[in-house]
Design a protein. Structure first.
Length: 458
């Protein structure tokens, strides 16, 4: 996070950095049952007696579940975006914009399911000298009492009645084939159209393109797929104090978000069209936002209210609609979501690395999912192996590893830390007040824990 002024309602350090004693003090504040003092006029709804008094910025902040829901509804569904034709080798992770209809019978001819012999009629059989291989032209029809060597996937000769597997047949000294067990009519022959006929609907529109879908599409005759396009994202890295190489020095720190965010956004289904470093330059930020053609602009840092935090003033200056302004989540509460145009949004992430990841999964992930027409993942919970301290009134997102039937919360989970998330499988959603050992917690899977590095980072 850049060295900026303190956000309204923050202490000398971000309130998400409160230590355990401070958190407990806040939780216990006013717990004696005495009537709460009257609210300041700017605070709106009175506080519940016995509840901790909330800073004004916290009162305005959006609850974490509500913020995710707003982000998911903010953009038009991918089903309303113009579909694109995509080559098979570029379609992984997209969503079909139209049904997948078979362009050919599958299989397109009678095919041997095994290596062995194609036979006609009852045995024993006279075996032809030349066999039949996959990819070769049609062979001569078989006559009753005749057999031919055949490979898996080869076209079965006309009039063949069965295929005998190699291990189920033997030849005598006269070259005649004998079956070692009964031969059923049509055994080990995949008949033409067994899987589908031309024109059959194989998959509906809205299906996620997985490796198996690519294989089915190729088998059915497709070279391209009609799909919902990837959302186009531009990343704007803010902050004069950021270095792009070498060791931190003289008040400068290495930029962790520039190398991290593009890959993470691709893992969430986006096409990253640009990563730009703007420093703390209000004019450059204004020009970058107003000149962007991306579906989503992601900024890092500058979302608080210090002298060089230019995101809010810039959004006000261009007439953007602020949909979410701060979220009741730790780390990362000074995040925001704005609508710049009907078909363009901006997610402002905090500058601290783990806080930015929190913002990514709170606001960017639901919005990108809607733009991509991806279905929401089914929520699930696991018991926590250890107790997790909570914030008095904010949700916490804590890196965790999944071990068997439980989630293990990780240390090094401060807003500026990446050591925990680098080892994590998921983010554990810890409700206000914390979670006890064994308590069920909602888990948000990280992309690589679900799909694997080679699949998600394309």
């Amino acid at each position: 996070m850049t060295a900026r002024g303190i956000h309204a309602g923050e202490h000398a350090q971000d309130a998400e950095d409160l230590d355990v004693e401070e958190v407990l003090a806040l939780v216990n504040e006013g717990s004696t049952g005495d009537p709460a003092e009257p609210p300041h006029p700017s605070q709106g709804t009175p506080q519940t007696p016995g509840a901790p008094r909330r800073p004004d910025s916290q009162h305005r902040a959006t609850p974490w579940p509500e913020a995710r829901a707003i982000a998911g509804r903010a953009a038009r569904s991918g089903g309303h975006r113009a579909p694109v034709s995509v080559a098979l080798d570029s379609a992984l992770g997209l969503v079909l914009a139209a049904p997948l209809v078979a362009l050919s019978d599958l299989p397109s001819f009678d095919t041997s399911a095994m290596d062995g012999w194609a036979v006609a009629g009852p045995g024993p059989w006279d075996v032809r000298e030349e066999g039949v291989l996959a990819g070769h032209s049609r062979s001569e029809p078989l006559s009753d009492g005749e057999a031919v060597r055949i490979a898996t996937g080869a076209r079965v000769p006309a009039d063949a009645t069965a295929v005998i597997r190699s291990e189920h047949g033997r030849t005598d000294d006269k070259g005649r084939l004998h079956a070692a067990r009964d031969v059923g009519h049509g055994q080990d022959i995949r008949p033409r159209g067994q899987e589908c006929r031309t024109g059959d609907h194989l998959l509906p529109g809205g299906t996620l393109v997985t490796p198996a879908v690519l294989g089915l599409a190729a088998a059915a005759g497709y070279d391209t797929l009609t799909a919902v396009p990837r959302p186009r994202v531009e990343v704007l890295i803010l902050g004069d104090e950021l270095l792009t190489e070498g060791l931190p020095r003289d008040g400068f720190i290495r930029d962790a978000l520039g190398p991290m965010l593009p890959s993470w956004l691709r893992a969430l289904g986006a096409e990253v069209i640009a990563v730009r470093r703007l420093g703390d330059d209000a004019k450059a930020l204004h020009k970058a936002i107003t000149g962007s053609t991306a579906d989503l602009i992601v900024t890092t840092g500058g979302t608080a209210s210090g002298p060089v935090d230019h995101v809010h003033p810039t959004l006000r200056g261009i007439g953007a609609e602020l949909l979410v302004d701060s979220v009741k989540v730790r780390p990362g509460h000074p995040m925001l979501l704005a609508r710049i145009k009907d078909d363009q949004h901006l997610v402002g992430l905090p500058g601290n690395p783990l806080a930015a990841i929190s913002g990514l999964f709170t606001l960017a992930e639901p919005l990108l999912r809607t733009l991509s027409a991806h279905p929401a993942p089914e929520p699930y919970t696991l018991p926590l192996q250890d107790a997790v301290h909570g914030h008095p009134y904010d949700t916490r997102l804590v890196p965790a590893v999944l071990r068997g039937d439980c989630a293990v919360p990780l240390h090094y989970n401060g807003p500026a830390m990446l050591r925990g998330i680098a080892a994590a499988d998921a983010l554990a959603v810890v409700p206000p007040g914390g979670a006890r050992q064994g308590q069920q917690a909602e888990l948000i899977d990280l992309p690589w824990a679900v799909a694997g590095i080679g699949v998600c980072f394309t």
